[in-house]
Design a protein around this ligand. Structure first.
Ligand code: PDD
Length: 292
């Protein structure tokens, strides 16, 4: 089992060693990818950036007209119960999915469905080796829809791009739309040029990553100037530094793009400064105080 045994399923905690959850065939998440999700970090069993993840989850639901049948306080309570009942005290992630619910297959959705909710914990170490050494990335065409700001279950373009990149020996795909660099297949992208940090604006063409926003706040504290502007592949090739951000990868340096080194293929000083600031703020002690 890759995940912790006790899972959250439709408002209840289930021990999967005793009982498996069952999902209806006509669940719209299965048939249409009609739903949204979040991946939330746990460090030493403690939630990291939980509030902004939940804010984005509620925004994603609102954007596709899913009305939750539970309150945010209830959801937070269930998530804390999930970590406590699994006695989870190490590093991991929570995968949380909310899909529209069950309905006889029909492209038109009913407004009175009960959303299907589930969440589970996967132990996951910090990618310390990759963070120290950096990764190779490959460019892939960004063929996604025009609402990438919604964290929807429809990940087929991301899945195909990431798999294609892997086959070419790369650890992440860098999406290009009309010669503009948007983001990674499961991450946001930043470059550094002349000590200025650049990243794609948080519009409908990227997911506004929680770690992206957090890194922007760390940059501001470190007095690193930031520009949320469009840039192309050539700008990345000529950059002083490049890195990806995301819940599972933190601040992950990109040393090579399509086989060519970026600025000599070393991890740069601004990337290292942001990694250090990130690491210094990781919760080290299990907090038992609840938000609600
Ligand atoms: N992916 N962009 C895309 C397309 C993503 O899928 C993700 C996260 C990010 C980074 O967002 P955040 O900083 O909130 O993790 C950006 C998650 C981790 C995933 O699908 O596994």
């Amino acid at each position: 089992m890759s995940h912790e045994p006790i899972i959250l399923f439709e408002g209840k905690l289930i021990d999967t060693r005793e009982k498996q959850p069952s999902v209806a065939l006509e669940e719209r998440g299965l048939q249409f990818g009609d739903g949204v999700y979040e991946v939330i970090r746990l460090y030493n069993g403690t939630f990291h950036l939980l509030d902004p993840h939940l804010a984005r989850l509620y925004r994603s639901m609102e954007e596709i007209e899913i009305t939750p049948t539970f309150s945010k306080a209830e959801l937070i309570h269930w998530l804390y119960e999930l970590t406590e009942q699994n006695n989870f005290k190490t590093d991991g992630i929570i995968y949380l999915q909310i899909s529209r619910g069950v309905q006889p297959r029909n492209h038109i959705f009913s407004l009175d469905l009960t959303p299907t909710l589930y969440a589970y914990i996967v132990p996951k170490e910090r990618p310390v080796k990759l963070m120290a050494e950096g990764i190779h990335a490959c460019t892939e065409q960004d063929i996604r829809w025009l609402r990438c700001d919604v964290k929807s279950l429809n990940l087929l373009p991301n899945v195909l791009a990431r798999t294609n990149a892997e086959r070419k020996g790369c650890q992440e795909a860098l999406f290009i739309r009309k010669s503009i660099v948007t983001e990674g297949s499961l991450s946001n992208f930043f470059l550094v040029k002349n000590n200025i940090l650049y990243t794609h604006p948080a519009d409908h063409l990227i997911l506004n990553g929680i770690v992206r926003q957090y890194v922007l706040s760390l940059a501001s504290k470190l007095h690193i100037p930031v520009r949320e502007e469009l840039f192309g592949v050539r700008d990345v090739q000529l950059a002083d530094e490049g890195f990806f951000t995301g819940t599972t990868i933190e601040v992950l340096p990109m040393t090579h793009l399509d086989g060519s080194p970026i600025a000599g293929g070393h991890v740069g000083p601004i990337t290292k400064a942001l990694q250090k600031a990130f690491q210094d703020n990781i919760p080290i002690q299990e907090k038992r105080s609840r938000l609600v």
